[in-house]
Design a protein around this ligand. Sequence first.
Ligand code: AOS
Ligand code: ZN
Ligand code: ZN
Ligand code: ZN
Length: 427
Amino acid sequence: MILDKSLIEQHNEKQSALHQKKLDTLTAVLSDEGHSVNAILDKIAAFQVAIPSWALGTGGTRFGRFAGGGEPRSLEEKIEDVGLLHAINQSSGAISLHIPWDIPQNAKAIQQLAASFELKFDAVNSNTFQDQQNQDLSYKYGSLSHTDKGVRDQAIAHNIEVIKHGVDLGSKALTIWLSDGTDFPGQQNFRRAFQRTLDSFQQIYAALPDEWKVFVEYKPYEPHFYSTVVADWGSSLLFCQKLGEKALGLVDLGHHLPNTNIEQIVSRFLMEGKLGGFHFNDSKYGDDDLTVGSIKPYQLFLIFNELVEGMQSAEVNNPELSWMIDASHNIKDPLEDLLQSVEAIKMAYAQALIIDRKALEKAQAENDVTQAQEILQNAYRTDVRPLLAQARLQAGAALHPVSFYRESNIREELVKQRGAKAFATGL
Ligand code: AOS
Ligand code: ZN
Ligand code: ZN
Ligand code: ZN
């Protein structure tokens, strides 16, 4: 399905008077506060968030899965869906693939299809957390950390194959989320499991092309419930430091124990120049993969506060970051959910951009705790949505993405084309 651009123009036309009113008010306030609204608009417009190929269908829990209808049935249709999102918001200009869920049969054709929607390929993801059909050895007791060298070699070979697929598509990074771990005390020797994993990582690292990076994603538990090899940011950082400069940590917001101070972790990674990117989502309890910003928007803002501060500071020297969503639901329309997630991320970014940094530094130097909070919350409580809408308007995207999506009956059209019971491939 290819979006008719004139529909966006009609939508924007209808919304424009009210939008202009809101934008004028906000512009006046921000200008008075000393901000250059045009500079902020440029930054917002340039900010692109990659869409994971596995989020385009309704996900599930281990208890059930309910088809949403019109889900993409192939890699081509997943790319089409991201193309739709990007046409609507001009902020989702990349897709992150999961191999083997999304093996491109013809990389050239896939690349051309993506390019026709102005999409790039962000990090490619390997998968050694499931056994695939025709696989020789099982990952039941681990993959890159396995006690058996044969299993480790198979998992290493898979990662190298994923890199090759990524090279063919123009991707520049490999994300490794390693589910390896144990379920019962005594099951494994922690130190040796780490060392075996390091050895496997080193072999994958050696296969990275020049301009590539490898992201080491951490997660405290699930699927394993006693220990995980790459359980936390400390383990991720340790692996990355031992591997070399191409290895960087990946922060999935859902992969922290309750109440963890994620923004401080972000700051630490940045301080070491070791932050690779994000898997954005939100959660109440664990790795819930809920819509970004649906539960803890203030935390998201505080994370962006660290990111903006870090990116602006001469004291920080961190490679460019990869922004990706990692979420999957069985209740919402996945495309609506992704539009909301991208919007929430950009909102937190815009709010972090309007923090009065000079005043904050002064308050910090003077230990003026109350004032520091006032400054942060003044930015956080500013409704920056007119800025996001204006950046979209200027880029030819829709003023109100979710309303536009609904008005245009996009899901209905997809159901017509693909069927009411079409389950996305993958997961
Ligand atoms: C799993 O919990 C991780 O978040 C990974 O990023 C994983 O590869 C992705 O969620 C797809 O299952
Ligand atoms: Zn993730
Ligand atoms: Zn998650
Ligand atoms: Zn996860």
